[in-house]
Write a new protein. Sequence first.
Length: 354
Amino acid sequence: MTSAPPTTPETGRGSDYASLCRTIRAAGLLDRRPLGYSVRTFLTLGFYALTCVAIARVGDSWFQLVLAGVLGVAFAQVAFLGHDGGHQQIFTSKRLNDILGRTLGNVLIGLSYGWWVDTHNRHHANPNHEERDPDIGDSVLAFTRAQAASRPGPVTTFIAKYQAWLFFPLLTLEGISLHVDSVIAVRTGKYRSARGGSRRFEGLALALHAVLYVGFLLLFMSPVVAVAFVGVHQAVWGFYMGCTFAPNHKGMAVVAPGEELDFLRRQVLTSRNVRGHWLTDNALGGLNYQIEHHLFPNMPRGSLRHAQPLVRAHCERLGVPYCETSLIGSYRQAMGYLNELGAPLRAKDAPVLV
């Protein structure tokens, strides 16, 4: 693992991305795919609706815990669709993409669309940048050596020491964390699109989601079963989302403060693709093509796999490393990196042999 991207030749950097963009555009890969997204939207919302129907039919039974897991998967699939809307991949109209994104995010899964778009766009602009990427900012886990060395207390230090082992268990809390962060963001208005009617709509939509979610569960099951349902549902949703994001950048090059890279290298060197097939593509929401997605954020999900060979060939011509591995291999690399960051903290507790 390296803390900074490998050096590459300076020659012609200004035109490297432009030439790739011309190739991609000429292949029609940035064109909207209305039929494909119509089918995807129908299947995704149909899956969500059928899961809710099944919950209503099963009633007050502990078998609901199975459906809680299924609803967690449905939430993640809806989130992937909202992600595509946030990147303006679905409609040519920004207004329509935003309406869809707010409906899917705020109402159906209880996630602030405006806050997420703002945070996610800052990540896309500076992936794995120590100071500018909110996805590797200070959190429960340490994503840089500086963060690992500056843990403020015994609990956070313990987590940093063993974060590779604790990573997957902690993901079960990610769903709840997203809800809490959404509410805080809307209440404080500390994101760029938090203006006037937009912020009011988001607040009302989040409240509507909470009322519908709790009311729906209590309508068909006892409070005890409902509480267990919420625990399983939120854990599965958080775990699924975390497992989708973990392979993308963790363990890839980290850009140090003051270090400047051109757009193409900044996106490629900090991102990792996951090999797979149609099942992987759908299970990971197309985010297994992380390099292509970062180079062309508004490219429709169905076009990413067609863009991959063009992007890979372009990188090979430039001598830019292009990282792709299996799903298990991506987790192994990410966990290895987190374990490496915790090693100095564990070493402090090691007994000194005389």
